[in-house]
Design a protein around this ligand. Sequence first.
Ligand SMILES: [Zn+2]
Length: 92
Amino acid sequence: MKYPKEVRTYCPKCKTHTLHKAKLFTKGSARPMAIGTRKHNRSLYGHGGKRAGTKTVKKQGKRQKIVLECSQCKKKHQRVIGTRTRKKLEMS
Ligand SMILES: [Zn+2]
């Protein structure tokens, strides 16, 4: 799926439509000492947790997220693209 590099869309800060730069959202690295990460790691112990094995269910793909940056106020906001895609978004 292709997505334009620049889109004219609504900016919640300027309260009008302005030109935005579009970029693919990238996840930051997880903090190993954060409470949520520790809680999750604890849940993986024992038989009640997730165990390694072969997966039978094929994934349907992910909903891609993009970051839009306003050209006037430089405010960033995110947008989720509604359809699920197996391939990464191409910025054209
Ligand atoms: Zn703006």
